[in-house]
Design a protein around this ligand. Structure first.
Ligand SMILES: Cc1ncc(C[n+]2csc(CCOP(=O)(O)OP(=O)(O)O)c2C)c(N)n1
Ligand SMILES: [Mg+2]
Length: 672
C-alpha cells in the first residue's frame, strides 16, 4: 500500500474499531481490521454516494452482511461524515458509546437507528439476501422510471459477507436467484479469512465457494490480499464492466491484521483485543497510542473523493429530476410517493365488494381479486411466490414476469426459496417498493427470521400465506399449520390478519396498505368461506379496529363468541341457533390481535365487556394464547395436536369444529 493517505484512512478505520470494542469491553474487532481496505477502496474510489444525502434514491448501496463487524460500518459513516438532517449520523461520541444503551452504534447495525445503515444485519446471510432485493429494485425502478436521456436509476449494491454468510442456506438461495436473474448491479465481497467463532473453517467448511458461485452463474474473481488496493480496484472495475452477471469477489484476508499475537486467530473474532495487544497493533501500524485518533486529513480525504464525486452526481441527478418532473409529472409524482412511503392518489379505487353468499369464496381467491385491483392502482405493488402462485392466487393479471430479459415485470418467481423470498422482499421494501411474497402458511417457518427483522426495521413488506389451517385437508399434518398463528402473534411489531370473509379481506388489504411501518402476514383459507350478509350483520369496516362486533343481540350479551378466519362463520351460525333458543350471543370477529390491542381500552372493552365472562374462542389452530380473550374460565375450541390427512368434512367433526360443539361450549359457559 504505497499511498500513505489511503493507509492512514484504513488504519483510522482499524484503530477506531479496536478502540470502540475495547471501550465497550465487547464486540468484534478482528474483521473490521482485516476488511478496512475493502471498505475504503469501495467507498472512497468506487461507490456513488453522497454523504450529505444518504437517502438520495440513486445512491449505491453498501450492505454489511457480517453485522458483527459493525464497527467497520460505523467507522465508514463517521469518517465519510455521512449526515442525518445536517448533523453527523455517527459522531465520535456515538462511537465512544458503542454497544451502550441508546447509542446509535448498536452491537449490530440497525437501519432505523442511524442514517446510512441500509439494512439491519446480524443474523448471518440476511444482509446478503437483502441485497438481492435491493439489486432487483434498482433494475425494476430503472425500467419504470428511466426515459431516454433520463437515467434516474442505475444504482449498484455492494456487500461484504463472510464465512458464516457463505455457510447459511439463505445466502445460497438468494445467490442462486441473483445469478439466474443476471443481476449485474450486485457485487459481493467474500471475506475468506478461514476463521469463524469456533476456530478455523476447516472444522466444518471446506468446499470451493468460488466454484459454487460460478455454478450460480456469477462473475467470480479472486483478490489474494485484502491489503492490495490495486487488485481490489481492478476487481471493482471488472464488476462495473460486467453487464450480465452479479460479481463475487473472494478476498483472502487475515482477521485482526497487524495484531502481534491474535492475527489469524478466532480469539480476534468476538472479544476485545486487550490493552497490550492494542498497543502492539498500533505500533505495528506506526500509529499513536492515543485512543479515538482521527487524523485531520482522513475525513478531508474522504470528502475530496467519495464526497466530491457523490455531490457532483447527486447535483446532476437533481437537476435532471427537475426537468423530468415537468416532462413526466405523473412518473415524478410516483417517485416522490415511493420515496415518502406513501400510496398514490386513487390507490383504493375499484376494490371488489362481495355479495352475501352462504357457499362463499375461498380466502385466497378473494385476496387474489383484491390484490389485482390494488395492483392496477399502485404500480410498485408487486411480488410473487415461492413456486405457489397458482395456489396462493398471487399472480397479477396482464403483467409480465420479472426475469433477466424483462426487469419491468411485476410477477416474481422466487422459486422454492421461502427464506430468501422473505429477505429479498425486505430488501425491496428498503428500496421503497411495496413487495409481497407468498406461500403456504405452514412454510412461513422457513421465512420466519425475516419477519422479525422487518419488524425491527419498521418496514412494510406483505406476506400472503394461504392454506391457513387443517382446512388444507388431505395433504395432512406436514401441511397443516397449527402453532403458526400463535407464534406469529408473538413477534413484536409484526401485524397478522386472518380475515373472516371476503369483505373482511378487502378491508384488511386496505388497512395493511396504509400501514407503511410494519410487515404484515396474511393468513387466508384454501377452502370457501361464506360471505356474510352485511345488511344483517355489522360492516366489515370494523376490521380497521383489528376486532369488532360482527353480530349481536338486543341488550347485553349472555355469552361472547370470538373467532378468526374460517371459524367466524361457525360463531355466526351458533349465534343464530342460540338466538332461537333465547340466548343472546355476541359474535366478535378478531382478524388481527395486534391491531385490536392497539385500540383504546374503551373500545376494547366495548367489544369485550369485562363483566361478560362467558366466552368461547374458536380457531382451527393452536389454542395457545386465546386465554387472553376468554380468560381462565372461558372455552377454547382449537387444536391441541397436529392435524390429520383426510378430507376436511371428516376432520371438522373429528377435531370438534362443528356448530353443535360451539353451541354446547356456549351453553357450558352459561351453566358456569
Ligand atoms: C444466523 C446466525 N447464526 C449464528 C450467528 C452467531 N455468529 C456471529 S459471527 C459468527 C461466525 C461468523 O464467522 P465469519 O462470518 O467467518 O466472521 P469472522 O469470524 O470471519 O468475522 C457466528 C456463528 C449469527 N450471527 N447469525
Ligand atoms: Mg471468517
Amino acid at each position: 500500500m504505497s499511498d500513505s493517505i489511503a493507509l492512514k484512512c484504513i488504519n483510522t478505520i482499524r484503530t477506531l474499531s479496536m478502540d470502540a470494542v475495547q471501550a465497550a469491553n465487547s464486540g468484534h474487532p478482528g474483521t473490521p481490521m482485516a476488511m478496512a481496505p475493502v471498505a475504503y477502496e469501495t467507498w472512497n474510489h468506487h461507490m456513488r454516494y453522497d454523504p450529505e444525502a444518504p437517502e438520495w434514491p440513486n445512491r449505491d448501496r453498501f450492505v454489511l452482511s457480517i453485522g458483527h463487524a459493525s464497527m467497520l460500518l460505523y467507522s465508514m459513516l463517521h469518517l465519510t461524515q455521512t449526515k442525518d438532517d445536517g448533523e453527523l449520523s455517527i459522531n465520535i461520541e456515538d462511537i465512544k458509546s458503542f454497544r451502550q444503551l441508546h447509542s446509535k452504534c448498536a452491537g449490530h447495525p440497525e437501519s432505523h437507528v442511524a442514517a446510512g445503515i441500509e439494512t439491519t444485519t446480524g443474523p448471518l446471510g440476511q444482509g446478503a439476501a437483502n441485497s438481492v432485493g435491493m439489486a432487483i429494485s434498482s433494475k425494476w425502478q430503472a425500467e419504470y422510471f428511466n426515459k431516454p436521456d433520463y437515467e434516474l436509476f442505475n444504482y449498484d449494491v455492494y456487500v461484504i459477507a463472510g464465512d458464516g454468510c457463505m455457510m447459511e442456506g439463505v445466502t445460497s438461495e438468494a445467490a442462486s436467484l441473483a445469478g439466474h436473474l443476471k443481476l449485474s448491479n450486485l457485487c459481493w465481497f467474500y471475506d475468506n479469512n478461514k476463521i469463524t467463532i469456533e476456530g478455523e473453517t476447516k472444522l466444518a467448511f471446506t468446499e470451493d465457494v468460488g466454484a459454487r458461485f460460478k455454478g450460480y452463474g456469477w462473475n467470480v474473481l479472486h483478490v489474494e490480499d485484502a491489503n492490495d488496493l490495486d487488485a481490489l480496484s481492478e476487481a471493482l472495475d471488472s464488476f462495473k464492466s460486467n453487464n450480465d452477471a452479479p460479481t463475487f469477489i473472494v478476498v483472502d484476508s487475515h482477521i485482526a491484521w497487524g495484531a502481534p499475537t491474535k492475527q489469524d486467530t478466532h480469539d480476534a473474532h468476538g472479544s476485545p483485543l486487550g490493552e497490550d495487544e492494542i498497543a502492539g497493533t498500533k505500533e505495528a501500524y506506526g500509529w499513536t497510542h492515543e485512543t479515538w485518533h482521527v487524523p485531520e486529513e482522513v475525513p478531508a480525504h474522504f470528502n475530496n473523493n467519495i464526497g466530491a464525486r457523490g455531490a457532483t452526481a447527486r447535483a446532476a441527478w437533481e437537476s435532471k429530476f427537475a426537468e423530468y418532473k415537468s416532462e413526466f409529472p405523473e412518473l415524478a409524482g410516483h417517485l416522490e410517493c415511493m420515496q415518502a412511503n406513501k400510496l398514490p392518489e386513487g390507490w383504493d379505487a375499484n376494490l371488489p365488494e362481495f355479495e352475501a353468499d352462504p357457499k362463499g369464496v375461498a380466502g385466497r381467491s378473494a385476496s387474489g381479486k383484491v390484490l389485482n385491483a390494488l395492483a392496477k392502482n399502485i404500480p410498485w405493488l408487486l411480488g410473487g411466490s415461492a413456486d405457489l402462485a397458482p395456489s396462493t392466487k398471487t399472480l397479477l393479471d396482464g403483467e409480465s414476469d420479472f426475469c433477466a430479459e424483462d426487469y419491468s415485470g411485476r410477477n416474481f418467481h422466487f422459486g422454492v426459496r421461502e427464506h430468501a423470498m422473505g429477505s429479498i422482499i425486505n430488501g425491496m421494501a428498503l428500496s421503497k417498493m411495496r413487495p409481497y411474497g407468498a406461500g403456504f402458511l405452514i412454510f412461513s417457518d422457513y421465512s420466519r427470521a425475516t419477519f422479525r427483522l422487518g419488524a425491527i426495521m419498521g418496514i412494510a413488506p406483505i406476506y400472503i400465506f394461504t392454506h391457513d389451517s387443517i382446512g388444507v385437508g388431505e395433504d395432512g399434518p406436514t401441511h397443516q399449520p397449527i402453532e403458526h398463528l400463535a407464534s406469529l402473534r408473538a413477534i413484536p411489531g409484526l401485524s397478522l390478519f386472518r380475515p373472516g370473509d371476503a369483505n373482511e379481506i378487502t378491508e384488511a388489504w386496505k388497512v395493511v396498505l396504509q400501514n407503511n411501518h410494519q410487515p404484515t402476514v396474511f393468513a387466508f383459507t384454501r377452502q370457501d368461506m361464506p360471505v356474510f350478509d352485511r345488511s344483517k350483520y355489522n360492516s366489515a369496516e370494523g376490521v380497521a379496529n383489528g376486532g369488532y362486533v360482527l353480530a349481536d343481540s338486543e341488550g347485553d350479551p349472555d355469552v361472547i363468541l370470538i373467532g378468526s378466519g374460517s371459524e367466524v362463520s361457525l360463531c355466526v351460525d351458533a349465534h343464530e341457533q342460540l338466538k332461537e333458543e333465547g340466548i343472546k350471543a355476541r359474535v366478535v370477529s378478531m382478524p388481527s390481535w395486534d391491531l385490536f390491542e392497539s385500540q383504546s381500552q374503551e373500545y376494547r372493552e366495548s367489544v369485550l365487556p369485562p363483566n361478560i365472562t362467558a366466552r368461547v374462542a374458536v380457531e382451527m389452530a393452536s389454542t395457545f394464547g386465546w386465554e387472553r380473550y376468554v380468560g381462565m374460565t372461558g372455552a377454547i375450541i382449537g387444536m391441541r395436536s397436529y392435524g390429520a390427512s383426510a378430507p376436511l368434512k371428516d376432520m371438522l367433526p373429528y377435531f370438534g369444529f362443528t356448530l353443535e360443539k360451539v353451541v354446547e361450549a356456549a351453553k357450558g359457559q352459561l351453566a358456569g
